[in-house]
Design a protein around this ligand. Structure first.
Ligand SMILES: CC(C)(COP(=O)(O)OP(=O)(O)OC[C@H]1O[C@@H](n2cnc3c(N)ncnc32)[C@H](O)[C@@H]1OP(=O)(O)O)[C@@H](O)C(=O)NCCC(=O)NCCS
Length: 156
């Protein structure tokens, strides 16, 4: 598996990966209304606008994008792994990349607005749940999310 910076040329592929994950969330913890709002916010054009100003990375296998993750300040953003490859360590690989970047920058903590379904994953990654809240999406729909935080160990 390789990791590289997200490029404008990846927009369509990444949008497809994100939307297939949201469809899955829509069958699990989220209502249709919440899932639809998340899908609308994940078109190539919306992603291009909303992800500007974030550092975003993609994990690839044989040239295909299998996961994505970003960092904006001390916030972990848009962590998604392609659906057939959940549970194979790709999410962990991406979070470790984000954490090493955060440590290089001497950040003391990381925050994430996690999906309800991702709570156990982030707990495994050392995050703590702070609270559940409702995030207002661009179309005005409120979507339940978890605010989670991880304290980082300072590099020697
Ligand atoms: C959440 C997500 C990013 C995790 O990525 P992943 O590649 O499936 O996770 P990994 O295989 O790297 O798992 C890392 C660890 O977390 C655990 N874990 C992951 N998902 C879990 C779950 N749903 N329940 C319990 N444990 C889980 C794994 O067992 C593994 O533990 P280990 O290190 O002891 O073996 C991925 O499942 C995903 O894209 N989900 C849908 C979208 C989403 O909710 N994204 C988060 C938005 S903030």
């Amino acid at each position: 598996m390789f990791i590289r910076k997200f490029l404008e040329a990846d927009l369509e592929e990444v949008s497809g990966l994100v939307i297939s994950n949201i469809r899955l969330l829509g069958k699990q913890s989220y209502s249709k209304e919440e899932a639809n709002a998340l899908i609308k916010a994940s078109s190539p054009q919306e992603i291009s606008e909303r992800w500007a100003g974030r550092e975003t990375f993609v994990a690839t296998e044989e040239g295909k994008i299998v996961g994505v993750a970003g960092l904006k300040g001390d916030k972990v953003k848009n962590v998604f792994v392609q659906v057939p490859s959940h549970g194979k360590g790709i999410g962990k690989f991406l979070i470790e990349k984000i954490e090493s970047l955060a440590k290089e920058r001497e950040l003391k903590k990381l925050w994430v607005e996690a999906s309800l379904d991702a709570e156990k994953f982030y707990l495994k990654m050392g995050f703590k749940k702070i609270t559940q809240f409702k995030k207002k999406m661009p179309d005005g729909t409120k979507v339940r999310m978890l605010k989670m935080k991880k304290k980082l160990e300072v590099l020697e």
